[in-house]
Design a protein around this ligand. Structure first.
Ligand code: 9MR
Length: 563
């Protein structure tokens, strides 16, 4: 049997766990029976009835759901509905997410700047180093008496931010924060995962080795004379779709900002406690990161209004800069995150007042520009070591998180793609595959850990099913995985390497009816507004913050559900 591609069937293209819920969705309306057949023999192993039609609130499209959770036997199968035909095959298997988990972390290695990417670790995606960043210019906006305009500093390593080759502290701090949280939430799991990177032979988990690659760069972005942290290291404008070794524009560090300095302070405080047991491979870094964090926090207290505004900066300084802004209108969430992490690491009461001052009233999903959620997750995670007031703040953060998760589940039984994510037109915007789908999935996993209520785990899995194929476009949104996945991401490394397949393991931004890239999209219906073409940076780019969230999400599921 060689089933034809039948795009009407939508399901997680990686397959299903034997003991978890199994749902496919048909992207049209039929009624009556469906059959699950074993691929080789064609034998019916399960039959059931499709659901009543389900209506999407915004696209007005209808779907039916194909539930077959009772099928628990490992194997390869397809779905057949007489009037529709056969689906592509899918697997029921253990360790469903283990290779995707590894690939999602390995993606950070492939994203490293300023180093040879070696065949031993990257196979055909090997490449020579570009962007040494050992001679980076001080932009006039960042000039001081000690570091005058156009003088040089060294600021090597780190990860490229996204499809472009620049390095931005706000986004780096966020990414490091969620990856360190993954380590703190699942330490045993993280210690067991090896992804073959140059540091794999040492005694530190690969996850932390990979994070260190970026932390080391971040440390060089702090001005040693005052503790402030440059907003970004960038070329004046985006490079073309060229290889790192072909890039010729000068690289600058741009003015210090309060948000970059606080994201730095928060992630360094967290890294300081996480790296403390790994002195052997990382001597003295834990203390150094804590000192850097404290100095950064103090700088931010003295410059609370130093919000980065690229337009204003360009009005005052040359050369003009047009790369990613990572601008913000408020730093209260960054203050909250930094104070929380500093309190957890040091126990110093000095930070409690800032935590209280900036306390949010509900759980807020973490994204690069709103980082409350990272602090709320840390408060929940460290409940046992928090005392008095901070302990009760942790308890209320837990309650807020559960309230948030419950609010996402209202009416989920009628979801057209059988997932909490994807039911509202507001679920689709620049980077939504991460900034909504993945971070909401993580919130479900937190609710599950707090309550042990399996509904939350099941819904975390359903939103992952959505990202991996059970959705309105039928894409599995991770490069190199699934039968229909992005082939032309907006990713300079992938576009310039002369290799047909994109670098694997990267989550793309996802459907975005805003289509700020001006590309032609096949549809502007919110959940269909996605186009797999190189220029579509608003729907088809990759980025470290999105990747960090996704890595947390898939690894946490892998940790929870592996045998
Ligand atoms: O992820 C960012 C998204 O939330 C914003 O809406 C968008 C426009 O400002 O920018 C995204 O970040 C981009 C950054 O500015 C530059 N590198 C690529 C990032 C992903 O598209």
């Amino acid at each position: 049997i060689n089933p034809p591609v039948n795009e009407l069937y939508r399901f997680n293209q990686l397959g299903f766990y034997p003991s978890q819920e199994k749902i496919a969705v048909l992207d049209t309306v039929v009624s009556g029976p469906f059959y699950i057949k074993e691929l080789n023999s064609g034998k019916v192993v399960y039959e059931g009835l499709v659901s009543q039609p389900r209506l999407s609130a915004f696209s007005k499209k209808e779907t039916v759901v194909i539930p077959f959770s009772q099928l628990r036997t490992i194997g390869t199968y397809f779905i057949e509905i007489p009037e529709v035909g056969k689906s592509l095959p899918f697997e029921v298997k253990d360790s469903l997410f283990s290779s995707l988990s590894k690939a999602s972390l390995k993606a950070f290695y492939l994203q490293r700047s300023g180093t040879d990417i070696e065949a031993e670790f990257a196979g055909k995606w090997e490449r020579p180093a570009g962007h040494p960043d050992t001679l980076v210019r001080i932009h006039p906006s960042a000039a001081t008496a000690v570091r005058p305009a156009e003088s040089l500093i060294s600021s090597p390593k780190g990860w490229y931010d996204a499809g472009d080759y620049n390095k931005y502290i706000v986004n780096s701090g966020f990414t490091v924060g969620i990856l360190l949280s993954l380590y703190e939430d699942y330490p045993q799991y993280a210690q067991s995962v090896s992804v073959q990177i140059p540091e794999s032979a040492n005694q530190t988990p690969d996850l932390l080795d990979e994070i260190w690659w970026n932390l080391e760069w971040m440390l060089s972005m702090q001005d040693p004379s005052d503790g402030g942290v440059y907003h970004k290291l960038t070329t004046p404008s985006f490079e073309g779709m060229i290889k790192p070794t072909e890039c010729k524009q000068p690289r600058y560090v741009i003015e210090k900002s309060v948000t970059s300095t606080l994201d730095f302070a928060a992630s360094m405080a967290q890294a300081s406690r996480v790296f403390a047991p790994f002195e052997k491979d990382y001597p003295e870094v834990s203390q150094k990161m804590l000192q850097s964090s404290i100095r950064a926090f103090n700088w931010a207290l003295q410059h609370p209004d130093a919000l980065y505004n690229q337009r204003k900066m360009n009005a005052n300084f040359k050369p003009a800069v047009s790369t990613g802004g990572y601008e913000d209108r408020s730093a209260t969430d960054e203050f909250f995150w930094a104070a929380t992490e500093l309190y957890i690491t040091t126990g110093n009461d000095k930070y409690t007042s800032y935590v209280k001052q900036y306390l949010p009233e509900s759980f807020i999903l973490p994204v690069w520009g709103k980082v409350y959620g990272l602090a709320q997750m840390s408060l929940i995670r460290h409940r046992d070591k928090l005392e008095k007031e901070m302990g009760s703040l942790s308890d209320s953060a837990g309650k807020q998180l559960i309230n948030y998760a419950d609010s996402c589940l209202a009416g989920v039984e009628l979801a057209p793609y059988a997932a909490a994510y994807g039911r509202s037109s507001k679920d689709f915007f620049w980077g939504c595959n991460s900034d909504k789908a993945s971070n909401q999935g993580i919130a479900f996993l937190y609710a599950y850990r707090l309550t042990n209520d399996r509904r939350y785990l099941t819904n975390a899995l359903h939103s992952m099913d959505y990202l991996l194929g059970r959705n309105a476009t039928g894409y599995c949104y991770v490069t190199g995985f699934g039968h229909k996945s992005p082939l032309h991401p907006h990713h300079r490394l992938a576009a310039s390497d002369g290799i047909d397949e994109p670098l694997p393991g990267f989550l793309v931004g996802g459907p975005n009816p805003g289509k700020q890239d001006g590309c032609e999209y096949p549809s502007l219906v919110p959940d269909e507004a996605y186009v797999d073409i190189l220029p579509s940076y608003a729907s088809n780019e990759i980025a470290i913050n999105w990747q960090g969230m996704f890595t947390y999400y898939v690894m946490a599921l892998d940790a929870t559900l592996r045998d």
